[in-house]
Design a protein around this ligand. Structure first.
Ligand code: BGC
Length: 741
């Protein structure tokens, strides 16, 4: 018996050593060679947890898995991936139960024991795990212009999502936010290519680390490849029209950066560009993504979108044809998500020879590769030892810092801010006493708008202001909902009893298509209410909490101070109060050109013709704008050369001084203008940024490196080119010229 045990043990060690010593490529090949067609197609199938649940789980009803259905999905249909929840966050313990059951079935009851890869939208922290740390949304993260913050958010999101046993996050959104009406704008890192690239890369680095198999790392998913974010009419999931040059100049580069940063997966554009649905676009999914950009992870469809090639877009005349088109265009995994139609159709397509076996093997190899890289074959279960890190105090503290850096001060007449704590403040408006508008969609639920599910211990703006100024100094009346005025008379009375009005306007939480709007202007009810308050003669400070730049032009010049909070997350209330009372010196900057008029939508990198003759570039707040409680001066902009060749690196330095008497953080933005080009060149383009902290009187020198990549653009032939000529560097209003030989 003892001998047998030793023999078995030695065998086990040898098998493990063999498994370890083989490369992932070899392990994938070996596994594929053992798989049946059905097992392969199962790996390409992703279903939602809903499809294998007895009760969906709502506010009042506990979620229950339907173990029979789950087993059928995994054992009979060989399903390789499960996603999401039905619109409700689970406790971390419950997640452990669910994931353990899923992996038990996958690894113990199937022939080959291939683990399931579970995916979720943990877009600003572990969205669907109760009590997780929920950070500022991407638009707010990018408004910090602080890459370290993006990286740390990636890191903590990975720790807390993986702590629930989930190793795959459908994030970051690398769509460029250049359509301010789009209801998913706040999921993006804003309008600028360079900023989006830097923020996205930092996030991926934090989330994936160097070894994604570590129990505190996860696989990221770049989405939604590509052009999804630029719907012509501003509504979600409607067509974009873009030339190849526009695609390559603006929308593709953030994805390129994400691929370079090592993102493991990509999700497809749920809409269409130039008449071709994302899921049918061979040119984008194969020729550009694989052949040019060398992406070697797997491509997952978006929700139900392969079916929609038939049911919505009508480019396929049956579900089966839709499956063929999408798989042959390059989609590796289908987020089906409710049934096994994809599975049946694809098996039929292969059997009848319409989809070749090599394409199935290619897709499955990519999926298995990521599963191996994640270490799921070694351990597919939730890591118990990361539980104590989940929602730790350290994470909350960092969350507050991140939120604080994201708040943008855009008006401060006669330095009315920071506020004096001894004044009577009337706090009012629809975003004053709710957590949901601070967090936006994908918070606890998909739409994020179920206020009752929010953690009561977190502070709204009102609660945070009370905690700073003292309950007795604060009066409150909502006064106005998002679209209706409420008990205005009572509110006006309270306004008159106070020294200052803190008016909190903005948007409710929303997500995807339900967030569509017909008008970028803030709803009339809110603006009318604001006018009534302004007419009391009391000074009004406006706090606007929103996911896209809603127009406030009507009241802009009548209020004394304005803070913009682009969904600052669960610590947003505290962060706003900290800025209002001067505990934090604001340092966020505008990252989406803030329009003044509904029809005057600009980007900061506008073309010469947009500001020529009678055309005027005239936004309410320009890109990069944001005030501080101190003053920074810029001097001594210098270049180490005034003439460079393509192989040179140009060093650009500037001295920045804090001229005030308060410590503050400043974002140094380096822009390049290419004076003449074969296609029209933008007014200027951001090509470097750095955030620094300066004590009163302190001077720091910031140096940027410029190389030919920063000078390149997409030329007449739709290829990236670098042209000799003259360039201007602009930093803090100072300029220097150089030329490229
Ligand atoms: C969204 C994706 C998301 C997916 C899964 C879709 O509706 O477009 O961004 O990852 O659902 O929840």
């Amino acid at each position: 018996m003892k001998k047998l045990f030793i023999l078995l043990f030695t065998l086990f060690i040898q098998i493990s050593i063999n498994a370890q010593s083989k490369s992932i490529e070899e392990r994938v090949k070996e596994l594929i060679s053992k798989m049946t067609l059905e097992e392969k197609v199962g790996q390409m199938t992703q279903i939602t947890l809903q499809a294998v649940s007895r009760t969906q789980g709502t506010r009042n009803q506990k979620h229950e898995l339907d173990e029979k259905k789950l087993e059928e999905a995994i054992v009979k249909y060989n399903v390789g991936s499960i996603l999401n929840v039905y619109d409700v966050a689970h406790s971390i313990e419950y997640w452990h139960e669910v994931i353990t059951k899923i992996q038990d079935i996958a690894t113990k009851k199937t022939r080959l024991g291939i683990p399931v890869i579970y995916g979720i939208d943990a877009i600003h922290g572990a969205t669907y795990t109760k009590g997780s740390t929920l950070f500022p949304q991407a638009l707010a993260v990018a408004s910090t212009f602080n890459k370290d913050i993006a990286e740390r958010i990636g890191e903590i999101t990975a720790i807390e999502t993986r702590a629930s046993g989930i190793p795959w996050n459908f994030y970051p959104v690398m769509d460029l936010g250049r359509q301010p009406l789009w209801p998913r704008l706040w999921e993006t890192f804003g309008e600028d290519v360079y900023l989006a690239q830097q923020m996205g890369m930092a996030y991926i680095k934090g989330a994936q680390g160097n070894d994604v198999s570590q129990p505190d790392k996860l696989a990221t998913c770049l989405k939604h490849y590509v052009g999804y974010s630029f719907p012509f009419n501003g509504f979600d999931r409607t067509p974009a029209y873009m030339s190849e040059r526009t695609l390559r100049e603006y929308f593709l580069p953030p994805f390129e950066a994400g691929i370079k940063a090592g993102a493991k997966t990509i999700m497809v554009n749920s809409s269409e560009i130039d008449g071709i649905p994302g899921h049918a676009n061979y040119r984008l999914l194969k020729e550009i993504l694989r052949d040019e950009l060398k992406f070697d992870g797997f491509v997952v469809s978006d929700w139900e979108d392969i079916n929609r090639l038939y049911t919505r877009d009508r480019i396929a005349s049956s579900l089966k044809e839709a499956v063929k088109i999408a798989v042959m265009a390059g989609v590796d995994m289908s987020m089906v998500p409710y049934d096994f139609s994809f599975y049946h159709n694809l098996i039929e397509l292969v059997k009848e020879g319409s989809v070749p076996m090599w394409r199935i093997d290619e897709a499955v190899s990519r999926i298995l590769k990521v599963k191996f890289e994640l270490g799921l074959f070694e351990n597919p279960y939730p890591p118990k030892d990361y539980l104590n890190k989940f929602a730790s105090q350290e994470h909350t503290r960092f969350n507050l810092d991140a939120a604080s850096e994201s708040i943008i001060l855009v008006k401060n007449e006669n330095n009315i801010l920071p506020l004096n704590k001894n004044m009577k403040i009337f706090v009012t408006g629809p975003t004053a006493n709710k957590l949901s508008p601070l967090n936006g969609g994908w918070t606890i639920t998909w739409q994020g708008n179920d206020e009752e599910l929010y953690p009561q211990e977190k502070n709204t703006i009102l609660e945070a202001v009370k905690s700073k100024a003292g309950t007795n100094n604060v009066l409150f009346e909502e006064g106005c909902s998002f679209d209706k005025e409420l008990n205005t008379n009572k509110a006006l009375q309270k306004a008159k009893q106070s020294d200052l009005i803190l008016l909190c306007l903005g948007e409710p939480a929303y997500c995807e298509t339900p967030g569509n709007i017909n008008d970028l202007t803030l709803p009339e009810a809110q603006l009318n209410y604001a006018m009534k308050l302004i007419n009391t003669g009391k000074p009004v400070i406006l706090v606007i909490v929103e996911g896209r730049p809603r127009l406030i032009t009507k009241i802009y010049d009548k209020v004394k101070g304005i803070l913009i909070a682009f969904l600052p997350g669960m610590e947003g209330g505290n962060a706003i109060a900290d800025v209002l009372f001067g505990n934090v010196n604001p340092s966020g900057k505008i990252l989406i050109t803030y329009p003044k008029y509904p029809n005057a939508i600009f980007h900061y990198d506008y073309k010469p013709i947009e500001s020529y003759d009678v055309n005027r570039y005239d936004p309410l707040f320009p890109f990069g704008f944001g005030l501080s409680y101190t003053k920074f001066s810029y001097s001594n902009l210098r270049l180490n050369k005034t003439e460079i060749t393509e192989d040179d690196e140009l060093l650009v330095s500037i001295d920045v001084k804090n001229e005030g008497n308060r410590t503050g953080k400043e974002v140094i933005l380096m822009y390049i203008t290419d004076l003449y080009g074969q296609v029209s060149r933008p007014n200027k383009q951001l090509k470097g940024f750095e955030k620094i902290e300066l004590n009163p009187g302190e001077v720091k020198t910031v140096t940027f490196k410029v190389n030919k990549e920063h000078l390149s653009f997409i030329g007449l032939n739709n290829k990236r080119v670098v042209e000799p000529g003259e360039f201007i560097i602009t930093i803090g209003g100072l300029q220097q010229k150089f030329s490229l030989k």
